[in-house]
Design a protein around this ligand. Sequence first.
Ligand SMILES: Cc1ncc(COP(=O)(O)O)c(C=O)c1O
Length: 509
Amino acid sequence: MAPRKPIQDVIQAISAKDASAADLYHALPPEARRKVLDAFDARGLRSLTGLIKAAKKKRFAAANKRFLEIASGTADPCGSGEPTPARTASENERSRVTSPLEGATQAGVQNFNSSHGEREGEAPAALLVEGATQAPVISTPVYLIDETLIEENMRILQYVKDRTGCKIFHALKAYAVFATFPVMSRYLDGTCASGLNEARLGREEFKKEVHTFGAAYREDEIDRILRYSDSIIFNSFHQLETYGRRARKQGVEIGLRVNPGHAEVETEMYNPCAPRSRLGIVHDAFKDEFPGYGDMVDGLHFHAMCEQNSDVLERILVFFERLYGPCIRGLKWVNFGGGHHITRDDYDIERLVGLVNSFKERYGVQVYLEPGEASILNAGVLIASVLDIVKNEAEIAIIDASAEAHMPDVLLMPYRPNIMKSGEPNDKQYTYRIAGPTCLAGDIVGDYSFDQPLKRGDRLVFTDMALYSIVKNTTFNGINLPDIAVVRDGGTVEPVKRFGYKDYRDRQS
Ligand SMILES: Cc1ncc(COP(=O)(O)O)c(C=O)c1O
């Protein structure tokens, strides 16, 4: 139990709108945070929300600079914050050839040495620093994830939990780099899984609750899924009929995914409520069949959002409650799914808090949220190097990362990712088409402009690239998957995974 003094200090800092209030609040244990919240009325709580969001924004701005420094080799390898001189592109190019594990710290050596593949025998990480004054340069392509930024996101999610008592599960489908699970599991209640492998990863690596939804389960997997899951969500009454009793027997709670009949996702590919969607039982079927199964069901689940704010949730809830509200009383929980962009700067946390609290009050149930993106939003980048520059009407920079293989949503959504220090075509003096190294004609990231002409060996930093990328990437054309590295507390870079020939070969047969 925290002594009264720290609690009073936090209350005072919040009242004075002191910027330190957020850190003081997060440092308190749960019961003390509860006491702080109890000390404020709605206006005071809004003020605390503002302070917490402002503190997070400031930290992100500072840490974003670090991505660029690591990419260019100007970061202090020990994370002391002292920048070292920038490398030239040719130095980068040279170092890539001679020292492919640059950027590794001692902490990462074991992981890299234990990874398999043709590149396994390359320079040990301990040899990476090329002299006392030169910072090591990370090799590319690499997904670089800043754990301290994940923690900033976690604090926001924890604050939502504090204010509402809801449970928040991380959706593994968005991001599953378990090297960062220890920091995430300190804040979240567990994971949500899409099937057997994610359920197992959640249980074994995140080590907290696991809630599984699959559009349809396989007979040869269901027993193992149940073993790893705390709740299982069925997508039809047939699946409930087939597997529900087994779940009951194993003490696994049962949910039904329903279609709330309203979504505001414009891209059909990402709209779970699009016409003829298979995702969620539609109300017509639900109203006829639910009465026969009501006593087998612990909760309802809907997922109808994609990268959206809480005003969208508010409108979805109106539809959801109109259709399913009469069946909620007596259930244990309602899962509001994912797609809540809670950690985005403009996200309306107060509205979310109000919605969850009033829902709980009206129905007397526990509320679950299972965002994926929100946990990792803006916390990771993909760093790539320019391999060559060719000309065909436009200047085209071919990089060592692929839109098709390493940033699949760029082509699927489609969207134009941000590259640090770049502009829209012709905004800056030098415009290039940025394209991948595969044979796919459409392996194009987009058109960008830069203040300086691009040179072979230059580094490009694609922002917000840890989401729906590592979980979806491929070895198309046999190209290597990007490394995965984590910036730990204090700024040290720990390479956690390197892929090689064996990873490619093992997937072919
Ligand atoms: C059932 C379900 N839950 C949670 C999520 C996570 O959504 P997001 O990463 O957009 O928050 C998804 C994403 O597709 C989903 O289908």
